[in-house]
Design a protein around this ligand. Structure first.
Ligand code: FMN
Length: 252
């Protein structure tokens, strides 16, 4: 879970270190961090951690060391929120299409996204790889690419938020292209023994959305790419199955 404990400069500070040291010393085998942003202009909230090419590495080295102090391995979850950003946050609101999150009367709290250009898509693939490379350099044992819970990669997968008519939208092969490109680029950037995991929705829990059969097909697409683990989640801000409240009432 996102810790919302970033200190100055969106960096991990003593509070995050203390938390991870305690979990590690408690005997955890594997710690997966809350989502770390790959783009400083695209934040899930004001106290999120950012790791990009401009970040000093030392706070991350200390974070990895604290998480491993009790013998645990630690993977960094890496994420781009896409359109799931609050309107009052500075920065960009990007999505596959210019479709705002629909949470009824509260929708205006979320930013109006713009449809990403080819350049912005390519830049985002590079950012995921940069963050993974820096996580490895800082001493993390792996990364988990966040492609669930309605964030950017999940938005591309879902026909409800992705109505593009180019090679990034339409068929499931096209909607999965961004996730697969990110996984390939990350895998090619890090060492073979560095773990690469994916968090994927089992379903959007919305009529006409990404369905269980789609998730099965995407997992089959991921299988040959050297993914070490797939964690299943479900839903989005529109249908928060990941916190037990899917809009369509089905069990997560
Ligand atoms: C406050 C809060 C923050 C969360 N942050 C993240 C996150 O950073 N990354 C993530 O993958 N899931 C996040 N989630 C979703 C939880 O990970 C998800 O609910 C969890 O997988 C459910 O696990 P459980 O079935 O063991 O309760 C968050 C949920 C809450 C309530």
């Amino acid at each position: 879970m996102e810790e919302n404990l970033a200190g100055d400069g969106q960096l991990p500070d003593e509070r995050l270190l203390r938390l991870n040291r305690r979990w590690s010393e408690g005997g955890t085998g594997l710690l997966i961090t809350g989502n770390v942003m790959v783009h400083a202009q695209a934040m899930t909230g004001p106290a999120g951690v950012v790791l990009d090419a401009d970040s000093p590495l030392e706070p991350f080295t200390r974070w990895a060391k604290a998480a491993k102090s009790g013998g645990a391995a630690v993977w960094m979850q890496i994420n781009h929120p896409g359109r799931q950003v609050f309107a009052e946050m500075p920065g960009v609101a990007w999505g596959p299409s210019a479709i705002r999150v629909d949470i009824g009367k509260q929708s205006k709290r979320l930013a109006q996204p713009v449809a990403m250009t080819e350049e912005e898509i390519a830049d985002t693939v590079a950012r995921f790889a940069d963050t993974a490379r820096l996580a490895e350099k800082a001493g993390f044992d792996g990364v988990e690419i966040h492609a669930a819970d309605g964030y950017l990669l999940s938005q591309f997968l879902s026909p409800l938020s992705n109505v593009r008519t180019d090679r990034w939208g339409g068929s499931l092969d096209n909607r999965a292209r961004l996730l697969l490109d990110v996984v390939r680029k990350v895998r090619a950037t890090v060492a073979p023994q560095f773990a690469v995991a994916v968090k994927l929705n089992s379903a959007d829990f919305q009529r006409g959305g990404f369905e269980v059969a789609d998730a099965q097909r995407v997992i089959a697409m991921l299988a040959p790419l050297g993914v070490d683990l797939v964690e299943l989640s479900g839903g989005s801000y529109e249908s928060p199955a990941m916190s037990g409240r899917p809009a369509d009432g089905r069990a997560p």
